[in-house]
Design a protein around this ligand. Structure first.
Ligand SMILES: Cc1cc2nc3c(=O)[nH]c(=O)nc-3n(C[C@H](O)[C@H](O)[C@H](O)COP(=O)(O)O)c2cc1C
Length: 202
């Protein structure tokens, strides 16, 4: 059994959810989904039944969302107290910045957690330009789905990823930034704000 750990605080419809679905479709064995916002004894029991897990999370301030840090701390405590069986962990970090490399330190943080919790770190992927992932057409997602497929193959074969892998959305950087800026302006308009009001300072 493989646990798919949803590491975003967004309940549904977010980018981590979309990536989780793409990964799930490519996995051949049985999977169980694990929530990181609402946890309880059943969370740790479900994880204890798995031989592998993949955590998919958004980058928050160059690190992990705080609820995910709490989740890792509780998980580590459970593994220590209950003497759980061996487990392999992979990670997908995704972010709004264009460069997938931006996720490197957060992935290294997950590897540190593995060391402390007695989990076997199997490597991870960092996806950049994922800000509009959930709404983007398939063609633009190709570089990202490529590394998600490599990750799925590693999980299916129970192998370690050869190294951290990084990818970015299939758009030139300038175009991704221009589209991002436009979406901020459109979003502001929906709330009755003008573009110049986005630049207001206290
Ligand atoms: C509080 C907060 C902090 C963020 N910090 C970063 C950051 O440091 N670097 C970055 O590239 N994106 C950052 N982002 C953007 C998210 O990583 C990005 O939008 C991600 O795709 C959201 O995924 P989700 O829909 O699964 O929550 C931040 C978003 C939020 C809400």
């Amino acid at each position: 059994m493989t646990a798919l750990i949803h590491g975003s605080p967004k309940a549904a419809g977010g980018n981590s959810e979309k990536i989780l679905q793409l990964l799930e479709k490519r996995l051949t064995g049985p999977c169980v989904r694990v929530d990181t916002v609402r946890t309880g004894p059943e969370t740790w029991e479900a994880l204890a039944d798995c031989e592998a897990a993949v955590v998919i999370f958004p980058l928050y301030v160059d690190s992990l969302p705080s609820h995910l840090l709490r989740f890792f701390m509780e998980w580590e405590m459970d593994r220590r107290e209950q003497q759980r069986r061996a487990l392999s962990l992979y990670a997908v970090a995704q972010c709004g910045f264009y460069e997938g490399e931006q996720n490197r330190i957060a992935l290294e943080q997950v590897s540190c957690f593995c060391r402390k919790a007695g989990i076997s770190w199997q490597g991870g992927v960092g996806l950049g330009g994922a800000g509009g992932f959930a709404e983007m057409p398939e063609a633009l997602l190709k570089p990202l789905t490529g590394v998600i497929s490599s990750l799925a193959e590693a999980v299916n074969r129970k192998e370690e990823l050869p190294s951290l892998q990084f990818a970015s959305v299939g758009l030139p950087r300038w175009l991704y930034l221009a589209a991002g800026n436009q979406s901020w302006i459109r979003g502001a308009k929906r709330f009755g704000l003008k573009k110049r009001e986005l630049y207001q300072k206290p």
